[in-house]
Design a protein around this ligand. Structure first.
Ligand code: AMP
Ligand code: ZN
Length: 113
């Protein structure tokens, strides 16, 4: 499948890994928008939030456990951070493999786009 994040999971494209387990991979965004900018992705290919269903939602729940763990490790849990998942055309999703951005380390813009 021609999917950038599937290639990162397969090790065909390198990443700056911050966490990995059997279900999930987390790595630093190549174009960071904040001092902490990490992407958390499921190892199974799910296109976006719009493709989450009862068959695959367990990995999404697990991703949120991982996000909380990474936030603590990156020391942004107390000051706060943002979790974003862009979906589809209007959401400006550029990589069509479900991912959650963790943004922190600075005061973020209050607007939601
Ligand atoms: P989105 O626009 O929500 O689909 O987010 C895709 C994100 O992937 C962007 O923030 C990109 O900077 C990031 N990105 C693209 N290619 C890579 C890569 N090879 N390694 C890490 N992050 C990447
Ligand atoms: Zn993929």
């Amino acid at each position: 499948m021609d999917c950038l994040f599937c290639k990162i999971i397969a090790g065909e494209i390198p990443c700056d890994k911050v966490y990995e387990d059997e279900q999930v991979l987390a790595f630093k965004d190549i174009n960071p928008l904040a001092p902490v900018h990490i992407l958390v992705i499921p190892k199974i290919h799910i296109e976006s939030v719009a493709a989450v269903d009862s068959e695959n939602s367990a990995v999404v729940a697990h991703i949120f456990e991982v996000i909380a763990k990474i936030a603590k490790e990156q020391d942004v849990d107390k000051d706060g951070f943002r979790v974003v998942s862009n979906c589809g055309e209007n959401g400006c999703q550029s990589v069509k493999h479900l991912h959650f951005h963790i943004l922190g380390g600075r005061r973020l813009d209050a607007t939601m786009g």
